[in-house]
Design a protein around this ligand. Structure first.
Ligand code: ADP
Length: 186
């Protein structure tokens, strides 16, 4: 199964991605996690990415696309994957289409949450994880960037008949169950 998880920052994509990956036996590929790992390791990719992440901006498409292309070539992604945080721009959608060819993705899960809940979750995460991109002004900016650049992807995938909107509010296992049901895997 080839899946994309879509939703605003703080919607719980990372949490659900890990649970779904285990359930569906596919690797969860999180562009945010890969960037953060590179920042920690001090690679050149990490140095580039950090400048953008710390400002709440997206890393340039060329950089992100090359990284995902490379990751999808790995053996473990051959029979399926779950993309968490990619694609995030129309240009990334086009690039993913090229990477996957005819096969394309099987479904795009859109996690919906209300904005107040998202802001509360991000504040909580800032306290727990000390992420350098979780300051309040940066968070607000990330939500704006999401609305501007990523929210339009909902329509793109809806027109293709691939969109599965799922209510992301409530307990973590309940949300996982809803997603699996939306994928007919419940
Ligand atoms: P969240 O789920 O809270 O939005 P992520 O961990 O997915 O956060 O991403 C953290 C940061 O990594 C983003 O704000 C952005 O700078 C960068 N990033 C992640 N995925 C992409 C992408 N597909 N395109 C561009 N930048 C990305």
């Amino acid at each position: 199964m080839r899946l994309v998880l879509l939703g605003p920052p703080g919607a719980g994509k990372g949490t659900q991605a890990a649970r779904l990956a285990a359930e569906l036996d596919v690797p969860a590929i999180s562009t945010g996690d890969i960037f953060r790992a590179n920042v920690t390791e001090g690679t050149e990719l990490g140095r580039t990415a950090k400048q953008y992440m710390d400002e709440g901006e997206y890393v340039p498409d060329e950089v992100t696309n090359a990284m995902v292309r490379d990751r999808l070539r790995a053996d473990d992604a051959r029979d399926g994957f779950l993309l968490d945080g990619y694609p995030r721009t129309p240009a990334q959608v086009e690039e993913l289409d090229l990477m996957l060819g005819e096969a394309g993705v099987d479904a795009v899960v859109q996690l919906t949450v209300d904005t107040e809940e998202v802001v509360a979750r991000l504040a909580q995460r800032a306290t727990e994880q000390q992420r350098s991109d979780d300051g309040e002004a940066v968070q607000r900016h990330r939500l704006e960037v999401y609305e501007e650049q990523t929210a339009p992807l909902v329509d793109v995938y809806d027109r293709r008949g691939l969109l599965r909107p799922v209510d992301g509010m409530g307990a973590v296992p309940a949300v996982t169950a809803r997603i699996l049901a939306a994928l007919d895997r419940g």
